[in-house]
Design a protein around this ligand. Structure first.
Ligand SMILES: [Zn+2]
Length: 309
């Protein structure tokens, strides 16, 4: 009995020291610690810092998904206080917490969306609007902030992250430049792949995730109905009925969704209208790959399969 008790004590000690270790563990004390706001920014930043001593950590937990209404946790505040720089997606994605993060920790911020939208929030290429009303209050939720799902925009994001990091870590300028160029070369190969999807017949689709907006557009799809849901929300009955009606009217060929809450609704519509359902990866958490390029390649090939069916 005594022996057993002792064993239990040893086990508990092991658990506690591990917990204490994780709680105190700071990955980097030399000022080379970079925090990314969430997964897509993390994937891009990792490629850009590959081979340097810069330690990249992701703030949001892997299962968080997008950050549209995200609230900072105590752990996030601790990470923000110990990191040297925070890299954000921008375009409103981090609007619910970025002010608090900067005010309370004084952290440097690299906004990867810089220059993509003009002051009034209009990106002419993608016809996205960012309104201000009369009292000057910005409605940043009106922008589709899933920029990394556009090959054009992700190249700009990579360049912004590159120049931001070079300013803070000039000792790695050459390697950061080289990595960014390699990443953009890979993006350009994906653009070649997209070209095949941009020609041919009309390709009307419906999408159950606003994250796919830019990707579907860049691949020649006309989105006839789009439900703005994310990992944590579900469509209303009214939205479902509207989708179904527009799909019937407009000869919709495919339904796209993520492997999340929306999938079951997408499959319902698919069955009702006898249209195939395809799952795309929004890259907001590890789904098909932990590499940006291969995950996007899978997405483009899936759209191609849907289009040529
Ligand atoms: Zn989202």
């Amino acid at each position: 009995m005594k022996k057993l008790f002792k064993k239990v004590v040893i086990c508990l000690t092991a658990v506690f020291s591990l917990a204490a270790f994780s709680a105190c563990y700071k990955p980097n004390t030399s000022g080379q610690s970079v925090l990314t706001s969430f997964y897509p920014v993390y994937l891009i930043t990792q490629r850009i810092t590959n081979g340097t001593e810069i330690n990249v950590q992701n703030m949001a937990r892997p299962q968080t998904g997008c950050l549209h209404d995200y609230q900072l946790t105590t752990l996030d505040m601790r990470l923000l206080s110990s990191a040297n720089v925070l890299i954000i997606n921008g375009a409103g994605m981090e609007h619910s917490f970025i002010e608090k993060a900067v005010d309370e920790t004084n952290i440097n911020v690299i906004d990867s969306s810089e220059g993509l939208f003009d002051e009034s929030g209009i990106n002419e290429e993608h016809e996205e609007h960012f309104h201000s009303d009369e009292d000057g209050h910005d409605h940043d939720h009106e922008i589709n902030s899933h920029l990394w799902m556009s090959l054009d925009m992700v190249s700009v994001q990579a360049q912004n992250i590159c120049s931001g990091l070079k300013e803070i870590y000039p000792q790695y300028s050459d390697i950061i430049d080289k990595n960014t160029q390699l990443f953009i070369n890979d993006i350009n190969s994906l653009k070649e792949l997209e070209k095949a999807n941009q020609t041919g017949n009309d390709f009307n689709v419906i999408s159950f995730n606003e994250a796919f907006h830019y990707l579907l557009e860049e691949n020649g799809a006309q989105i006839t109905a789009e439900i703005e849901i994310d990992e944590n929300s579900t469509p209303t009955a009214r939205q479902m009925a509207q989708m179904s009606d527009s799909a019937k009217e407009l000869n919709v060929k495919a339904v796209f969704c993520a492997d999340d809450n929306g999938r079951i609704f997408a499959e319902t519509i698919g069955r009702e209208l006898n249209i195939p359902v395809y799952v795309l990866d929004p890259l907001t958490y590890t789904v098909s790959s932990d590499d940006y390029i291969s995950a996007m390649k899978n997405n483009i090939l899936t759209i191609s399969e849907a289009k040529n069916k």
